[in-house]
Design a protein around this ligand. Structure first.
Ligand code: CA
Length: 341
């Protein structure tokens, strides 16, 4: 009798529980898909439409690049200048700086809202940066504030029953300060307002400037997850020592402050062709320092010379190098790879 009851217990409770735990563990190891500026391979970057598409494509996180307007409103734009993704040169021809460029920081939010956002183009030639993507000048897209975007994502999470995270980047904090604007405290107050506060919340905050990353943690009290973005080149203009940060010692050093790193794919897979490519020790060293690694950026229309195909790239990054996630302009392609694992 007891034996039968025990057997039943195993079948009814322990076995499903084991399966559940195993599936959780297996899922925990799957890389996360970060929609780079939204589903920017399909719809102009950083529009709500691009974010909705990425959300529907089942990306795990949606990225926001953040700069300030003249009246200190954080807006979601990749660059400090706005002449490569909007019609600013036509609408406000006399508002360029001496360098010939138009900056978000020189326009109030009310003015920025008058602009139309379009597919990224070369401001000098007018030619599209990615010719096969969404055609320029089509659609009625507008510049979005950080608050509008977070509200939108949380609304989508409610209507779909999903919990898609955010991945905000504070752009050029040092430059903003030189211009008399302090971007980080403003961004943090909005993250706080929308409930992104701790490492349990679905948010990674990222920045390229080491001094600001330290300031976010030590001075401004950011308690959520934090990612140090790394360039593949030499020292940054602000003094961030990228070559040192990419070393075993440098990674161990910043692990006291951040939870992960965002390196370019080229810092993980080096070489000139599929034949001579090599996997560097960057991910290994980062993992040894307890850091997650989310490289950027996978573009179907701009694959590195070291890979044969999009799948080849993901096989290398996720299986061989063991990266923990990927920024991608084409979230559906990356989600498809992850879901077949
Ligand atoms: Ca970014």
């Amino acid at each position: 009798m007891m034996k039968a009851v025990f057997k039943l217990m195993i079948l009814r409770f322990l076995f499903p529980l084991t399966l559940f735990v195993v599936s959780i563990l297996a899922k925990a190891e799957l890389p996360i898909v970060i929609a780079h500026r939204g589903a920017s391979g399909y719809i102009p970057e950083h529009t709500l439409e691009a974010k909705a598409m990425a959300h529907a494509m089942r990306a795990d996180f949606l990225e926001q690049d953040i700069v300030l307007s003249k009246d200190n409103i954080p807006v979601v734009l990749h660059d400090a200048h706005i002449d490569t993704v909007t019609d600013v040169a036509t609408k406000f021809p006399d508002r360029k700086r001496e360098d010939g460029r138009y900056y978000a920081l020189d326009f109030s939010l009310a003015e920025l809202k008058q602009l139309r956002v379009t597919e990224r183009f070369n401001a000098k030639t007018g030619k599209p940066v990615y010719p096969k993507r969404f055609p320029g000048g089509i659609g009625r897209f507008e510049i979005v504030t950080l608050e509008e975007e977070l509200e939108f994502i949380q609304a989508l999470n409610q209507s779909t029953g999903r919990d898609v995270g955010i991945y905000p980047e504070i752009k050029k904090p040092g430059w903003h300060r030189e211009q008399g604007h302090d971007i980080s405290p403003i961004v943090l107050s909005i993250l706080e307002k929308f409930g992104y506060r701790t490492k349990e919340d679905a948010c990674f905050l990222q920045c390229f400037e080491i001094a600001e990353v330290k300031r976010l943690r030590e001075e401004l009290g950011w308690k959520g997850r934090l990612v140090m973005l790394l360039s593949g080149g030499g020292k940054g203009k602000d003094g961030t020592d990228f070559p040192y940060l990419r070393t075993e010692e440098g990674l161990l050093g910043i692990s006291a402050i951040v939870d992960g790193i965002g390196p370019p794919i080229g810092s993980i897979i080096t070489g000139k062709s599929p034949e001579d490519r090599q996997i560097t020790d960057l991910v290994k060293h980062a993992h040894a320092a307890n850091l997650v690694v989310h490289p950027y950026t996978r573009r179907s229309d701009e694959l590195p010379a070291t890979v044969r195909s999009a799948d080849d790239l993901m096989d290398l990054l996720f299986r061989e190098a063991e990266a923990d996630g990927l920024f991608t302009d084409f979230p559906d392609v990356t989600v498809k790879w992850v879901e077949k694992e």
